[in-house]
Design a protein around this ligand. Structure first.
Ligand SMILES: *Cc1c(COP(=O)(O)O)cnc(C)c1O
Length: 236
């Protein structure tokens, strides 16, 4: 068994234990394997071990890897990185779910590009900056109602939930951020209006699942430590 297959098994076991401890069905948590800075060969190994959902943070890597892995048609791409409107066209062509819509402006561009690419309606999550000024991306909780209202008028996008990235800190601090995201969801449509909650990474997936995560975004625990990318940028 490859190291990646073994690590994937370990992560799946962690998800199962955490879900059962929270009285949840483990099937209600989608594991997104975040493959940024890892090459297509690593993704093939994970795919061979049954993994189908992969996350990328940079449009240029997403484009390069989607091209390199075209022969795996059942692979689903998630875009989890900070999204700028000039990269929206690449993401709209490839992503199954965009986790990181952080403004109405970016949403409008993504909507336009999804329509042009024949991929509307495209599923998106709204990234919420729960942790405050320590992080750059995402909608402030106080602005969430307005941003959701604006995005819900765009027929080319379907808002299916919320996402957050906690600031660097302890697991307890992350757990507090996850609980806040869950209560913001309750405030703005509940689980019926916003079924998806994308939260939890390698170091805190248990806390996220306890707070209701339906997508956990796991990189290091599957693929190992990341090296700085050496990929060329086909998106300019
Ligand atoms: C890199 C990244 C992850 C994965 O983090 P790990 O700690 O390596 O599991 C998850 N979410 C986002 C948005 C990321 O950029």
């Amino acid at each position: 068994m490859s190291a990646i297959a073994r690590a994937l098994g370990d992560v799946r076991a962690r998800i199962e234990v955490a879900a059962r401890a929270a009285g949840r069905d483990p099937e209600s948590v989608t594991l997104v394997a975040v493959s940024k800075f890892h090459d297509a060969a690593a993704i093939r190994e994970a795919h061979a071990a049954g993994q189908r959902d992969f996350g990328e943070s940079y449009a240029q890597e997403l484009v390069a890897k989607a091209e390199a892995l075209r022969d795996l048609p059942d692979l689903r791409w998630h875009f989890v990185g900070g999204l700028q409107s000039n990269k929206a066209k690449y993401v709209a062509r490839i992503a199954t779910l965009v986790h990181s819509v952080g403004s109405e402006h970016v949403a409008r561009e993504l909507a336009k590009r999804a329509a042009l690419a024949g991929r509307a309606p495209l599923d998106v999550l709204v990234e919420v900056n729960v942790g405050g000024e320590l992080q750059k991306h995402g909608v402030a909780p106080a602005d969430l109602a307005d941003v959701l209202r604006a995005i819900r008028t765009l027929s080319e996008l379907r808002v299916v939930g919320l996402m957050t990235i906690p600031p660097d800190g302890t697991r307890e601090e992350a757990a507090a951020v996850f609980a806040t995201l869950a209560s913001l969801r309750a405030l703005h449509g509940g689980a019926s209006g916003l079924p998806g909650l994308s939260m939890g990474m390698s170091g805190d997936l248990e806390e996220a699942i306890r707070a209701g995560a339906t997508y956990v975004r796991i990189g290091t625990a599957i693929f190992g430590e990341r090296r700085a990318g050496t990929l060329t940028d086909p998106t300019g």
